[in-house]
Design a protein around this ligand. Structure first.
Ligand SMILES: Cc1cc2nc3c(=O)[nH]c(=O)nc-3n(C[C@H](O)[C@H](O)[C@H](O)COP(=O)(O)OP(=O)(O)OC[C@H]3O[C@@H](n4cnc5c(N)ncnc54)[C@H](O)[C@@H]3O)c2cc1C
Length: 635
């Protein structure tokens, strides 16, 4: 980058995270510490959009301007103008880095001043790894009875079930393998475990998207919530989509088997600090709640749990790397990592294998050509439809009907330390608002408080105000309403052939759910005694003790909620059903238009399961594996 752009970038970073004078009684070093002091400008990747932004800023004399002038300009451009997206992305990157990038001692200098403990234990020295293959040559040619694309919740179950039946199984995974020895309890490490390096936006920035990408997929980094799909959803999947066995004992058996293998239990669940005020609020408003069942080992200890979304160092999380993928490896499955499948090979209307690209440790790449009469697409709700679309298969429904479970965050600031980054990530759920708007609604759940994510998402009016807000973080209880969608979005291909997610908060029922989620969560925080309540709207919507609460609820009800939510659940984009015009696969997961290609992941769900989707995905995958094996039973 040319020198003056580097200066402009540093000026931008030091506007978001400036050196300012501390208010009376506040820690001077914290307020004085700038982005440059933390080495952040040198960590920013300058892409074309950022370069254009920096040039445009310099045309306004940005570097020579005062802090107040720079602040006003960035604030204005965050709300209006051609660079809005880039400005907001850059702000999130800089502020997220300011509270997560470790120094030479492995700790971020800002942590002590926001009360964040940082890592509490070092990783164990020994890595317990699943053996993988590293074939030489270019192209690499491999053959298998079954090629499973993606090793997450769905793919791992199918790999294990078919390997157990003696099939030769090849699992291809785009991500790398992580073990307990790699988990440093640092948010800074998370990009390597997530699709596209962490949260990324749908087209037009309408919703943030988060998905795992590693051997084990989302199960390595997810929050271990294990909720059964409700009876109403199961009945609708039978009556409206032809999955007639799903409401019956046959599907119960699939769910039971998954729960048993993952050691799903409530015995080890301990109400987390972020959940304590939530329980209080729910009780005061007379609303029901339950302890969440989690897939953890019997020695799970909440003392180590706050880092769960960056992997479980203790190995207590029963991800598929500790369960189904181990089973598959034991039964002879092979694992090819760092390999992205581009398309399915089809011959005479039937699966013939896949084609992909492997990246070697030295950065070189090789073509991968797999011969396989059966292919299972289990690359997740965003990437599975992209593989179908690149392959020109799957029919008119490929990529359509995408459900995202938009999650709406409402945060409460309390008069006491909460330390919402500690304890088990999710421990309590309320179903009080499930089905509360038409056949949609939302679950009330608390989440862990990530300094990186909150620094990135807090409304930013100026650098000093943002620092004051970060100083309150230890008193914040973060909750979200996880909506189950009534409308849907779509996965399409961008000009370079990669997946683009299109989603709008357009469905009237979904808009009403978004409003209700904000309003009801605000009511709960108020009942629990919060001093302040705020959202992630921009500009934020905040209530402070003493202000008119009904007026605040009115503001929440009238707000535009598109652009506010995040999605960790991507579902239904290559769904099963009995109608080839509205579904991609038949009722057991085999494509309507290509024999031997199966959908084995969350993309296969006919609609939203109305609960966190992991174990539903796994039970459906087990059901598909049974169909692939020619067994319709389920024991
Ligand atoms: C932060 C977070 C927390 C969550 N918490 C919970 C929770 O507590 N409870 C719950 O029920 N759900 C939770 N979820 C959701 C849950 O983890 C997912 O719904 C589930 O993992 C989806 O399973 P899947 O098989 O569809 O895909 P994934 O588990 O996402 O696996 C897909 C895999 O495919 C790989 N892949 C993608 N494209 C390709 C390609 N072209 N070639 C090869 N490989 C490819 C990816 O790298 C990935 O590893 C959470 C998700 C996130 C992100």
């Amino acid at each position: 980058m040319i020198a003056d752009r580097l200066d402009t970038l540093a000026a931008v970073c030091d506007t978001y995270l400036p050196s300012v004078e501390a208010p009376a009684g506040e820690p001077a070093a914290f307020y004085a510490r700038s982005a440059s002091d933390l080495g952040i400008p040198g960590r920013i990747t300058v892409d074309t959009a950022t370069r254009d932004l920096l040039d445009a800023l310099e045309e306004q004399g940005f570097t020579a301007a005062t802090l107040a002038e720079r602040t006003a300009l960035l604030r204005r451009w965050a709300l209006h103008g051609p660079h809005t997206r880039t400005v907001n992305d850059l702000r999130a990157t800089v502020l997220g880095a300011g509270y997560s990038v470790p120094d030479a001692d492995g700790r971020n200098p800002n942590w002590p001043d926001i009360g964040y403990p940082g890592p509490v234990t070092a990783p164990p020295p020994t890595a317990h790894l699943i053996e993988t293959i590293e074939p030489a040559g270019d192209p690499v040619r491999l053959a298998a009875d079954v090629c499973v694309v993606g090793s997450g919740a769905g793919g791992s179950v199918i790999a294990a079930e078919l390997a157990a039946r003696g099939r030769s199984v090849l699992v291809i995974e785009a991500g790398r393998q992580w073990s307990e020895a790699d988990f440093r309890q640092l948010e800074h490490d998370m990009p390597g475990m997530y699709l596209r390096g962490g949260q990324f936006a749908a087209e037009d920035g309408t919703i943030g998207l988060l998905a795992g990408s590693a051997l084990g997929g989302g199960t390595v980094i997810n929050s271990m919530v294990c909720l059964d799909p409700p009876a109403g959803v199961r009945a609708a999947w039978a009556s409206d989509h032809g999955l007639t066995d799903v409401p019956t004992a046959a599907f119960d058996a699939h769910l039971d088997a998954v729960r048993t293998r993952l050691n799903v239990n409530t015995e080890r669940t301990v109400v987390a600090p972020a959940a304590e005020p939530m329980v209080d609020g729910l009780d005061k408003l007379g609303l029901d709640w339950e302890m969440i069942a989690r897939n953890c080992s019997d020695d799970d200890d909440p003392a180590f749990c706050g880092f769960c979304n960056a992997g479980c160092q203790q190995g207590a999380k029963q991800s598929t790397t500790r369960t189904y993928l181990l089973d598959a490896a034991r039964d002879g499955a092979r694992f090819l990592l760092h390999t992205t499948v581009e398309r399915v090979r089809v011959q005479n209307g039937a699966a013939a294998g896949v084609i992909g690209t492997m990246t070697r440790p030295d950065g070189s790449t090789a073509r991968v050509v797999v011969d396989a009469p059966e292919v299972v697409l289990a690359a997740g709700g965003i990437e599975t439809p992209a593989v179908l679309l690149r392959s020109g298969i799957g029919g008119p429904a490929a990529g359509k009907h995408l459900r995202l479970h938009p999650a709406y965050f409402v945060n409460g600031v309390y008069d006491r330390e909460i330390h919402a980054w500690s304890g088990q990530i999710q421990t309590v759920v309320s179903f009080a608002f499930q089905g509360s708007v038409a056949d949609a609604g939302f679950l009330v759940e608390h989440v862990t408080l990530s300094p990186k994510a909150w620094a990135a998402q807090l409304d930013w009016t100026d650098g000093a105000a943002h620092k004051r807000e970060m100083r309150k973080l230890s008193r914040v209880a973060p909750w979200h309403g996880v909506a189950h969608d009534h409308g849907s979005g779509e996965v399409a291909l961008g000009p370079d052939g990669t997946a683009v997610v299109r989603w709008r908060l357009a469905d009237p029922v979904d808009r009403e759910v978004a409003t209700r989620a904000h309003v009801e969560l605000a009511r709960l925080h108020r009942a629990a005694g919060a001093e302040e309540i705020y959202t992630f709207h921009s500009p934020e919507l905040r209530w402070r003790s003493g202000e008119d609460f009904e007026a605040y609820l009115g503001a929440l009800a009238n707000a535009e909620h598109e652009g506010v939510p995040a999605s960790a659940h991507q579902l239904g984009s290559a769904r099963m059903g009995d109608d080839p015009t509205t579904s991609v696969a038949d009722t057991y997961g085999q494509l309507h238009d290509v024999r031997g290609v199966w959908i084995g992941d969350a993309a296969a769900m006919p609609t939203s399961p109305a609960v966190n989707p992991m174990i539903t995905t796994m039970a459906l995958a087990r059901r598909t594996a049974y169909a692939m094996a020619g067994e319709t039973g389920s024991s």
